[in-house]
Design a protein around this ligand. Sequence first.
Ligand SMILES: Nc1ccn([C@@H]2O[C@@H]3COP(=O)(O)O[C@H]3[C@H]2O)c(=O)n1
Ligand SMILES: [Zn+2]
Ligand SMILES: [Zn+2]
Length: 245
Amino acid sequence: MSLQLEMLGTGNAFAKNYYNNNALLFDDQFSLLIDCGVTAPIALHNQGKTFDDIDAVLITHIHADHVGGLEELAFKMKYLHHRKMILYIADDLVETLWENTLKGGCYQAGEITSLNDIFDVRPLQPLKPHYISEHITVELIPTKHIPEKSSYSLYLNENIFYSSDMVFDPALLSHLINTRGCKTIFHECQFQGSGVVHTTLQELLSLPLEIQQYIYLMHYGDDKDRYIDQIGDMTFLEQNLIYEL
Ligand SMILES: Nc1ccn([C@@H]2O[C@@H]3COP(=O)(O)O[C@H]3[C@H]2O)c(=O)n1
Ligand SMILES: [Zn+2]
Ligand SMILES: [Zn+2]
């Protein structure tokens, strides 16, 4: 089986129709969950899957639509499935994920006192390809989202860019396509307003058509249908469709 992508959700942080922008990257030997937001448990359940069907989770940054499902994941793995999930996360986010996100819910004196008690933590150094499974390598690319807050987009298998939440960075997209052989771009997209913490549709439409043709839009609002014929040469990534990579 070749590598496949299924979005458990394609919505933005406040979307109600499309669930959080979380992905499953899998083949017949390995399943990687990319981000685990508040809606990840119900999205998996709806697909007839459990966390025990997943081999590892990778976190791009710390916002609830990307990490809000981790407490349920951790407790279910510990008390139902009796194993620790492998957790891939940028080295500089390890401490804050525990201290500022998970400790409040997960701490139990003498039993759960650190992230390592609930996950098999694999800190990733950014800007280096890391072997995840036979068919998956990941490089974390720091991209700007919220000032002073780390957020990492992904370069998968040396040819697929998967954006974290990020402000528009046309130079990065050009660089990946022109010098690194990028063939596919999964990019977050905000329909209205200015791109203060996200990339707007207007900004993406300013890219040359040669670049737009590589782009699948994700992390969008519930009003997506209004924009179906306003996305230039780009394509909407759809929840629960399976894409061959
Ligand atoms: N400075 C900020 C910070 C956050 N936000 C909104 O909160 C959401 C948190 O998850 P997100 O997916 O990063 O999207 C953020 C914005 O909608 C925002 O609009 N402006
Ligand atoms: Zn988000
Ligand atoms: Zn975010």
